[in-house]
Design a protein around this ligand. Structure first.
Ligand code: HEM
Length: 318
């Protein structure tokens, strides 16, 4: 067994190295995102719920606004099949007006696959394609045995059916965000988007019959049919919650007290330009929602900018 795999992951890895590893594992397609490369930009609006103010004073969540969104399929391959059982589904949102805007990025798993940047880089590196185009199964096995929490995300996804529609997915913001309400009370919450029409799933047999872009076709049909709605909620923390480890759910998380922040309604398709020419930046947060203090969040802010710079330069010099 490789000694470097058995040892504890380095504490900190550079976001640039993580972006490079994401690109390597996807086969370095040019001009596209390092992660969630396949997607569709949409437009809509946010309507605030009255109780939102009890959790946060953020004007992004306590006032109505237009919404720019992007539904996506995980991984760095822009041609991935929408029926892929393993990759994540994503939804990015830009809500709020002007300087009071917030970007929130969600995916259909409640945990990330690494608790530190070092562990994330190693997770990706052991999955890099070898000479035969495939990762070394032994290395992956050894790394997983030494870092069992890195399987939490894949195990969650494996336990769920294949999503049958972007509209029928529960999306998780994963990190614990410190929120402050108008009375100055600060606590941690996790954000979730709950589909208004319930979950929509496929059996593995049904998934095999679907076109590679069936999620996009379904999205178009639902938007023509009147749009898609999600309830945005904040799950309230309790003492002792593991707020710094994004590989862990909070105890009894599914039964946590929820505060409804409002409704996201996505009712128009957009050209992809407004989403592709910039980033949904995890660091864009209006006062009242602060940055999660975990190491992974800090790395994300840099990684997204690095990925944007790379895809821009690849588009400029194909
Ligand atoms: C932990 C929770 C995470 C969530 C929920 C998440 C979600 C997402 C989503 C939804 C996108 C697509 C953005 C879009 O639609 O434009 C995205 C892109 C991306 N993610 Fe994450 N991600 C997470 C963690 C990370 C981490 C830890 C890193 C690296 C340190 C990372 C690196 C990236 C990169 C490089 C992109 C492409 C950025 C671009 O070129 O626009 N993500 N992520």
């Amino acid at each position: 067994m490789d000694a470097t795999i058995q040892s504890a992951p380095a504490q900190v890895a550079e976001p640039a190295a993580i972006v490079a590893a994401l690109k390597t594992n996807a086969g370095n397609p040019k001009g596209v995102r390092a992660s969630f490369a396949k997607g569709q930009c949409v437009l809509g609006r946010f309507t605030s719920a009255r109780e939102a103010a009890s959790v946060t004073k953020s004007k992004s969540f306590t006032a109505p606004s237009k919404v720019l969104g992007r539904f996506s399929v995980g991984g760095g391959n822009p041609k991935v099949a929408d029926s892929n059982r393993v990759v994540l589904r994503g939804l990015s949102l830009h809500i709020g007006n002007g300087k009071d805007a917030t970007d929130m990025l969600f995916e259909n798993a409640p945990v990330h696959f690494a608790k530190s940047t070092g562990q994330m880089l190693e997770f990706l590196t052991v999955r890099a394609p070898g000479p035969d185009g495939k990762p070394d199964a032994q290395k992956v096995k050894a790394f997983s045995a030494a870092n069992p929490e890195t399987l939490n995300q894949a195990n969650y996804v494996a336990g769920k059916p294949v999503p049958g529609s972007f509209a029928g997915v529960t999306y998780f913001g994963i990190h614990a965000f410190p929120v402050t309400n108008a009375r100055g009370l600060t606590r941690f919450v996790k954000f979730e988007l709950i589909p208004a029409g319930g979950e929509i799933s496929l059996s593995d047999e049904e998934a095999k019959t679907k076109a590679d872009d069936f999620l996009q076709q379904d999205l178009k049909a639902r938007i023509v049919g009147g749009g898609i709605k999600f309830r945005m909620v904040a799950l309230l923390d309790q003492p002792g919650d593991p707020t710094m480890d994004v590989t862990l759910r909070w105890p009894g998380e599914d039964d946590r007290q929820q505060v409804t922040l409002g409704t996201i309604e996505l009712n128009a398709l957009s050209d992809n330009e407004p989403c592709d020419e910039t980033i949904f930046n995890p660091g864009t947060l209006a006062a009242g929602v602060a940055e999660p203090p975990d190491e992974i969040f800090a790395a994300r802010k840099l990684a997204y900018a690095i990925s944007l710079a790379r895809r821009r330069s690849e588009i400029a010099q194909p």
